[in-house]
Design a binder for this molecule. Structure first.
Ligand SMILES: Nc1ncnc2c1ncn2[C@@H]1O[C@H](COP(=O)(O)OP(=O)(O)OP(=O)(O)O)[C@@H](O)[C@H]1O
Length: 600
């Protein structure tokens, strides 16, 4: 197989024959009823074509997102309480208590990032050049209906042109089948201003790639986005001290045009979804949980039901509002509303405030795995790690079965609640993949969890990149600290090579042809030292790893993406069947919730 190419077909079975072995194992495990039972153990079913499909797929939700990019750019975004109040559904009426809170907050300086939730921001939000984003609750939909709808805008009825249903509603096997633009289109900005390489690929985050830069370029994410739109190319990758890629917005945005094109092309699938979303004022904000690159996450309470939820406010660009609604958020909302799996966080609905700020209402999870790893003095027990790994693999398998690459698996994107449940979150970097593979940006996945093929600039990659991240997560759970803590990309590769040995053509055919190998001379580390880090015996009480467990870790951290274990194969791995068996979720340890620990 050619350099960096991954045989997708090998990884894309809806349900592999080895599923039978897994059923047997699940049956055995369930007999011992105190042990973990994977979520889809009894939910898969035969389809007429003889292909087995997950039951979850039948419960797909529909995206509430509507793009209407051709709409008049100059049209004013309706504001709550203004003339266009007709546009605003009744549900967005603001309760008096909140109005007083708004009035209070108005007197205080507010940034839409730091404290935007439930308060008025200084300026109304724009949804981007020529675009209008309507967000609706997903309950009303009918795939077959193909009706042009009208909405009231600026007091008038206008034709709604792009009511898109989620691509998830398609029964096609490959997401590329209909709606994907060619590679050239893929990397070209809508206005044609994007700078691309010969192959049509946008170059982001690789300093040594870039031709001259602008003196005005300040390196910030926003500047980089703007620079890219303006045809500037300098975009040095930056990382925070936990290896998080700080320029992620760029790595996401280079595919924006492609994604938007996809949305446009799939507009054949218009459906009747004209329905209003609820107001964020129906929730009481309790405390801030976290602020990430793309959103601020709050703990909140639904006033009517008292239910505790997490609200993720989509960060709009304050500096460059014309950049519009972030594609990462669009992807995340689209995908999360479309899927239904116990190991993937549920987005219940999308709500808005009266400035068109968009919030995802998610089930609330008390912890993320990164926080737990940092909080704990000792690693989880082997049984607990097995329980967590099975849930993680279940979720990853579900995504891969449905042609989705997560592309940012890491411990901070794994949420855990006090019922012992693990759920994958943050699908902002995720995207559909298909067969044949299309070139994508290699600058995805937070560096510490990034697969070697990505670090070596492979343009075509597939599900194996997520499996490498899963390997890093397994190692982190076993050692209670991240496995490869590189400070930049060469350093990250060096850390990997020191531990696993420097790869060569023999163990990884195609390695020497990867773009990244031409640029660097790697020190030859002849031995794989992974076992030293994860010994079979320990006199210090630290977690030990059996032969079988080490085999799984080794297969996850295999250099050649072709040989790297798949999620399905990993779920069937003997490690999960040997003693100690996986703990059942109910017996997983619980921890004080973050807000309690923080005294909130
Ligand atoms: N449903 C939820 N319940 C509780 N906490 C959550 C939930 N969703 C997200 N969080 C917390 O918020 C953090 C950031 O969320 P998320 O990763 O979705 O945002 P982001 O802006 O994409 O972040 P990043 O920059 O790390 O990619 C998570 O690490 C987690 O701690």
């Amino acid at each position: 197989m050619a350099t960096g190419k991954v045989d997708v077909s090998r990884r894309c079975n809806y349900y592999s024959p080895s599923g039978r072995a897994r059923d047997r194992r699940q049956h055995e495990v369930s007999q011992r009823n105190r042990h973990y039972i994977p979520s889809n153990a009894i939910e898969h079913q035969k389809f007429p074509e003889g292909r087995e499909q997950l039951h979850h797929e039948k419960k797909r939700k529909f995206s509430p997102i509507i793009w209407d990019r051709e709409d008049n750019q100059a049209k004013k975004t309706p504001r709550y309480g203004e003339e266009e109040a007709k546009v605003v559904p009744e549900k967005r009426v603001v309760p008096a208590s909140i109005i007083s809170a708004i009035v209070k907050s108005q007197s205080e300086p507010s940034s839409d990032v730091s404290d935007g939730c439930f308060s008025k921001s200084p300026a109304s939000k724009q949804l981007g050049p020529g675009s209008k984003l309507l967000v609706m609750s997903p309950q009303k939909h009918d795939q077959k209906e193909d009706v042009e709808h009208s909405v009231v805008e600026d007091g008038e009825l206008v034709q709604e042109r792009n009511l898109l249903m989620s691509r998830w509603a398609s029964e096609d096997e490959s997401p590329w089948d209909k709606s994907v633009p060619d590679e050239d289109e893929m990397f070209e900005l809508k206005d044609g201003s994007g700078t691309s390489t010969e192959s049509g690929e946008f170059r982001i985050g690789r300093p040594d790639h870039w031709p001259g830069s602008s003196g005005e370029f300040d390196g910030s994410c926003e500047s980089q986005k703007v620079a890219k739109h303006a045809g500037l190319t300098e975009c040095p990758a930056t990382y925070d001290d936990s290896g998080d890629y700080l320029n992620q917005s760029d790595s996401r945005s280079d595919e924006e045009s492609s994604e938007i094109e996809e949305s446009w092309s799939s507009s054949q699938g218009r459906v009747s979804m004209l329905n209003s979303c609820r107001s964020v004022f129906e929730f009481e904000r309790l405390n801030r949980i976290s602020e990430g690159t793309y959103g601020v996450v709050f703990r909140a309470k639904e006033k009517k039901t008292g239910e505790i939820v997490a609200l993720k406010k989509v960060k709009m660009s304050t500096a460059y509002p014309e950049l519009g609604f972030p594609l990462s958020a669009l992807r995340e909302i689209n995908i999360l509303l479309s899927i239904n799996h116990p190991s993937i966080v549920t987005v219940k609905e999308v709500v808005m405030d009266d400035h068109d700020n968009v919030f995802m209402v998610m089930e609330y999870m008390e912890h993320d795995l990164k926080g737990l790893v940092e909080m704990r003095k000792r690693p989880f027990s082997t049984s607990e790690i097995k329980c967590l790994m099975l849930q993680l693999l279940d979720g990853v398998k579900y995504l891969h079965d449905n042609w989705v690459l997560h592309r940012d698996l890491k411990t901070s994107n794994l949420l855990v609640n006090n019922k012992g449940e693990l759920k994958i979150c943050d699908l902002g970097l995720s995207r559909h993949y298909g067969s044949p593979l299309k070139p994508c940006t290699p600058v995805v996945v937070t560096m510490w969890y990034r697969a070697p093929e990505l670090l070596l600039d492979a343009k075509e990659y597939s599900t194996a990149i997520d499996m490498w991240s899963v390997g890093c997560i397994m190692a982190e759970l076993l050692a209670n600290e991240p496995l490869f803590k590189g400070s930049n990309e060469p350093n990250q590769l060096d850390k990997i090579f020191r531990t696993l040995g420097t790869p060569n053509e023999k163990i990884w055919p195609g390695f020497s042809k990867l773009p990244g190998t031409a640029k660097a001379k790697f020190v030859k580390h002849p031995y794989n030292n992974l076992r030293k880090k994860f010994p079979a015996t320990s006199f210090t009480g630290s977690t030990v790893l059996s032969e079988s467990g080490f085999d799984l870790l080794n297969q996850l951290l295999t250099y050649d993406p072709e040989k790297r274990i798949t999620a399905d194969e990993a779920l069937n791995h003997a490690w999960f069947q040997e003693v100690p068996l996986p703990t059942c979720k109910e017996l997983m340890p619980t921890f004080p919730p973050r807000h309690a620990a923080a005294g909130l």
